[in-house]
Write a protein that binds this ligand. Structure first.
Ligand code: GLA
Length: 731
């Protein structure tokens, strides 16, 4: 899959879907040539044309003026010796200089993919993947830069990362080291990204890339609700079903930075990695710094196809452990049912009712530990609150298990409340700058997870409980962003490392935890989707998509999230009406249909429901359980966008195309509403499919489609169609 041609000095990485081509250019600079649809054999003709451009410097000792780094499509650009565009790295050396000039040294090609030291990453064995490592060096400073590329046989995707090794004699400061950079030649491109805030995550923004530089980032210490660490480039005419598109997804949960730059020659540069804001890493002689990984995916036929690549790739080459590819349980979570106001009896009533309804797991949310009666106290005191659960958590877990259900619990391990035993003992364990007051958020502070002693304390507390209580699931929350970022144990000139060291500490903690407790299903959460990123998915196969459980708001949130992340990773619950976040009233039907397009659960007081509502829930649960494989791991296809229309639709198709589930949602009702018809996708043309409403061949369902009942009445209406193949294959 990886070829190097010495005659042309060209690297060609390819599989049956994609090609990624680079060339060692004049002076040993690594130039980028192409990323896109597979090319069988590259001739060498796409070499960057030579011409004299004014104000574009030439290489030292150049014989003519025809070659400049200022315009060249670069693979990992630096600044200060010709290229004035955005740089992938910025190093400050002992002598105060900031020029680093990396030139090709050597390369190696190896089967499989090595683990990334201390960081989450995709994985593949020797049959599945091949890796190219290109070494570039700055001879003057003794610095080695290694760029890694892994291509996977079966996916239109490749991964990139960088690392730097200090073989010199003096220390260097890394001010910036991107995970990847790529240049696209002159063309109009659209940028799609997932912007938002709490309760409104992953809103798709599509805009034309204009001249100049745009930065999308997070400085919050986590990947954030505000800007998911991924982006998509698409041709202006690209739709869900047609046109070229490229996605870039950073496997990292901390501060990130994505730079989109269009130069005056209409070349577009994309640089992604750890945010350079307040980042400053000391690299001593013989030390190495590894960047997070970026996944690049490609589709020649629209955004749906592009999403399908990352969905499958993440399901099978990022998510690990016992739950990889496995069906996930339906759950009831007590948060919106009780908030902090619960006792054992109340929980048991919910549990009994859930069992009757066929729900498979009970999750005890916030409030079971320390003296936690509200969100003002006890984070850091991870021992049970007997005041609330008088017979203890073990007993409660047994009660749940004796009903044939699983038992899950909530944690927020990275946090500390001022009103906690832990804070009283170790006030210096919270991030804070000496002499300054900390800024609380939700009355809590952030534990300094860059510190081993801090992590060990929390780990020990968790382990004690997990060894004592039979726990099947953990929701790992993070309910604030980082301020006062300063670590009591690092010297003053290394405080620029704290943000990243925190994330490395978190990853180390999670690695130990998932290894020691492989049977626990983890769901990550940060006030909903505040840390919905590929880094967390490496440890935790699910994420709570949003605290906003309103079915209508969820259409956009889930639609946006699905651009990159698999449905198997998206927690989605039916909650009470009026909805607690928006005040909206919607039917049980649409709440069910919205949440079923995710990992399904409930989050309301089911003991307070009317009999007909319970009946409906029972049917929903049974229906979801019967078809969950299709929804969690089937091919997800977006049909109509909530960002563009009042009529929203998406569908799931089984891998063997033998069945499909279609969901339609109409947001607002109008009189004399135009007829709506859905044209399906992903079916086998010649197969006959049957649903309750119709029987038709795949080609008819995909080309003509079918009308939605024009008599649907009222706001927030919905329909669900389940199709199953009935004819044998005609081939
Ligand atoms: C966060 C989560 C919620 C809930 C609360 C508990 O906001 O997103 O689902 O767990 O914390 O405090």
């Amino acid at each position: 899959m990886i070829l190097f041609k010495p005659e042309t000095q060209v690297f060609h990485i390819s599989n049956k879907y994609i090609s990624y081509i680079m060339e060692i250019e004049e002076g040993g600079y690594l130039a980028h040539l192409y990323f896109g649809k597979k090319v069988n054999d590259y001739s060498g003709n796409f070499k960057y044309p030579r011409m004299d451009r004014s104000f574009s410097p030439n290489l030292p000792n150049a014989k003519d003026r025809l070659f400049s780094l200022d315009t060249l499509m670069m693979e990992y650009p630096g600044n200060g010796f010709g290229d004035f565009r955005e740089s992938a790295y910025n190093l400050k050396h002992g002598d105060g200089s900031t020029i680093t000039d990396f030139r090709y040294k050597s390369h190696r090609i190896q089967k499989g993919k090595e683990k990334l030291f201390g960081l989450p990453a995709t994985y593949g064995n020797e049959e599945e993947a091949e890796t190219l490592v290109i070494q570039l060096e700055d001879k003057e400073k003794g610095l080695l830069l290694e760029l890694s590329y892994t291509i996977f046989q079966e996916y239109a995707a490749l991964t990139k990362s960088a690392r730097i090794i200090n073989n010199g004699e003096t220390k260097t400061k890394i001010k910036k080291l991107a995970s990847q950079s790529i240049d696209f030649p002159n063309q109009d491109l659209d940028l799609l990204h997932l912007n938002g805030t709490w309760g409104r995550e992953c809103q798709i923004v599509r805009e034309k890339i204009e001249y100049g530089t745009k930065v999308l980032d997070s400085k919050r210490g986590s990947s954030s609700h505000q800007q998911n660490p991924c982006l998509i480039l698409a041709q202006p005419q690209t739709t869900e079903f047609q046109g070229e598109a490229f996605s870039f997804c950073l496997i990292y949960s901390g501060n990130h930075e994505m730079v989109i730059q269009k130069d005056p020659y209409k070349q577009t540069r994309i640089i992604m990695g750890i945010n350079s804001f307040n980042f400053d890493w000391q690299l001593n002689p013989n030390e190495m710094f590894q960047t997070p990984e970026v996944v690049l995916s490609y589709s020649s036929s629209g955004l749906n196809k592009l999403s399908a690549v990352t969905h499958d790739f993440f399901n099978y080459h990022l998510i690990r452990g016992d739950f990889k590819g496995k069906e996930r349980p339906t759950l009831i979570n007590n948060w919106e049912a009780t908030y902090f106001d619960f006792d054992e009896e109340k929980l048991l009533n919910i549990i009994d009712e859930a069992k009757d309804l066929g729900i498979e797991m009970f999750v005890l949310d916030d409030g079971w530990f320390g003296k936690r009666e509200n969100d003002d106290s006890s984070l850091g005191d991870w021992f049970e609150n007997r005041g609330k659960i008088k017979n203890g958590l073990s007993q409660l877990a047994n009660q749940v298990h004796s009903r044939g259900m699983k038992f899950g619990i909530w944690y927020e391990p990275e946090m500390i409340s001022e009103d906690s035993n832990l804070f009283r003992q170790h006030p210096d364990w919270a991030l804070s700058v000496p002499g300054r007051e900390r800024s609380p958020s939700r009355s809590q502070y952030v534990l300094d997870f860059s510190r081993k002693d801090v992590r060990e304390n929390i780990y020990r507390q968790m382990k004690e409980l997990l060894n004592e209580v039979e726990i099947d699931y953990i929701k790992w929350d993070l309910n604030r962003n980082m301020t006062d970022v300063y670590s009591a144990i690092l010297p003053s000139d290394q405080q620029g490392e704290v943000f990243h060291r925190y994330i490395l500490g978190l990853y180390e903690f999670l690695e130990n935890l998932v290894e020691e407790f492989p049977n626990i299903l983890f769901e990550s959460c940060s006030g909903g989707g505040g840390r919905f990123d590929a880094g967390m998915l490496y440890y935790m196969p699910q994420t709570w998509t949003s605290d906003n459980t309103d079915a209508i708001a969820r259409l956009k949130i889930q639609y946006g999230t699905s651009m990159i992340y698999p449905i198997s990773s998206m927690g989605a619950h039916v909650s009470a009406v009026p909805n607690h976040q928006t005040g909206r009233n919607t039917s049980m039907d649409i709440r069910g249909n919205a949440a079923m397009a995710g990992v399904f659960g409930y989050e309301l007081d089911i003991t307070q429901l009317k009999e007909e509502e319970k009946k409906e829930i029972k049917e929903q649960v049974a229906f979801y359980k019967e078809h969950r494989r299709l929804m969690q791991f089937g091919r997800f296809i977006r049909l109509r966008s909530p960002f563009e229309e009042n009529d929203v639709a998406w569908m799931f198709v089984a891998e063997d195309q033998s069945e499909a589930m279609v969901f339609y949602y109409r947001v607002l009702a109008e009189a004399s509403y135009p007829l709506v018809h859905l044209q399906l996708s992903g079916l086998k043309e010649e197969w006959i499919y049957e649903s309750e409403e119709m029987t038709a061949a795949g080609d008819e369902l995909m080309n003509l489609g079918f009308y939605i009942d024009p008599n649907l009445f009222g706001d927030y209406a919905t329909k669900r169609f389940y199709f199953k193949r009935i004819s044998p294959c005609l081939e």
